[in-house]
Design a protein around this ligand. Structure first.
Ligand code: GDP
Length: 326
């Protein structure tokens, strides 16, 4: 490992926030020399990773994710656990920049000595989840953060991606009739280990009604784990009511799933999926770079979209082309 990467690794292991921030920037860089350095950094730090609870939090824009994460994060940090929030910045897809950096969101948490907040640009292939979120989780763990929260905007694909990289998935909903059906339609509610009905302070009766409805829907679904029936909680992120109760459910989940070995099994499945995800990305890139594929890709794509060629004939021809001279 080069001396710069070695110094960075030492800084991360010492729990220095600036080193951690720089390390995440390095793994997010698409420059070739940065990628090589990032790879050796990740190799060096991965033996120190894995000892955390990884939490995914998702919901539609405006549901109260950052307000809840601030309240929950401060609660956890006050208990003495170090908490890192990897927030996927919903604005950056449009503006190309990050507005989270101005600290208008999660201001109190950002100032807490036990907390680290990282906004990540949401460019990438996963519909809002930064491509390097898994690597960022690993780096936060190596820096000694015991609770890692990945925040994502609810757009379907990104929720599935986040659920595939965390131990526990928390879905936020508003107490409006119909919301629960939306999540059900998208197949998202099946991913939830806890559902939070937020803004219960606005209308306690509506919140309780929504809570009971969602709980009903959940009992109709086959549980993802025999050890855990996903609870539905009414919470107010703004007043903090119900936030300690939410944290209580999180720790109860952690204890039950660890004792049964399911948490470890989930992580093993995720590690294998991650490997295949990386292989898929690389194979696709190589396929597209292949000279014989490049020669005929546009022509065959146009033929398929015109209906002049069946998708399977085009795929067979391209796959055959990719075998030439390799
Ligand atoms: P996000 O887009 O999901 O991150 O949502 P925000 O956390 O930015 O919240 C959106 C708006 O809802 C803000 O104006 C918050 O102050 C407000 N809000 C969030 N949680 C609550 C809550 O529990 N009760 C009430 N009344 N307002 C809330």
């Amino acid at each position: 490992m080069d001396p710069a990467a070695e110094a960075l690794a030492a800084g991360v292991l010492a729990g220095e926030r600036r080193a951690l921030a720089r390390a995440i920037t390095l793994v997010e860089s698409s420059r070739r020399e940065h990628q090589l350095r990032a790879q050796s950094l990740l190799e060096a730090l991965s033996p120190h990773a894995g000892r955390s609870l990884r939490l995914g939090v998702s919901g539609a824009p405006g549901v109260g994710k950052s307000t809840l994460l601030e309240a929950l994060g401060v609660h956890v940090a006050e208990e003495g656990r170090r908490v890192a929030v990897l927030a996927v910045d919903p604005s950056s897809a449009v503006s190309g920049g990050s507005i989270l950096g101005d600290k208008t969101r999660m201001e109190r948490l950002a100032q807490h000595p036990n907390a680290f907040i990282r906004p990540s640009p949401s460019r990438g292939t996963l519909g809002g989840v930064a491509e390097k979120t898994r690597e960022a989780i690993l780096l936060c763990e190596a820096a000694g953060y015991g609770v890692i929260i990945v925040e994502t905007v609810g757009v379907g694909q990104s929720e599935i991606a986040v659920a595939g990289m965390v131990d526990m998935f928390v879905l936020l909903q508003l107490p409006h009739a119909g919301d629960e059906l939306q999540a059900l339609k998208k197949g998202i509610i099946e991913l939830a280990d806890v559902v939070v009905i937020n803004k219960a302070d606005l209308d306690a009766r509506a919140a309780e009604l929504a809570r009971a409805q969602v709980q009903n829907v959940l009992t109709l679904l086959a549980p993802a784990s025999p050890e855990w029936a996903p609870p539905v909680l009414a919470v107010s992120a703004l007043t903090g009511a119900g936030v300690p109760g939410l944290w209580n459910e999180v720790t109860r989940f952690e204890a039950a799933m660890t004792a049964s070995g399911e948490l470890q099994a989930r992580r093993r499945r995720q590690a294998v999926d991650w490997m295949w995800g990386l292989i898929d990305v690389e194979l696709r890139a190589r396929f597209r770079r292949h000279p014989a594929v490049r020669d005929s890709l546009d022509r065959l794509t146009a033929a398929v979209s015109r209906g002049a060629l069946t998708p399977s004939a085009a795929a067979l021809e391209l796959l055959a082309a990719a075998r030439e001279n390799t």
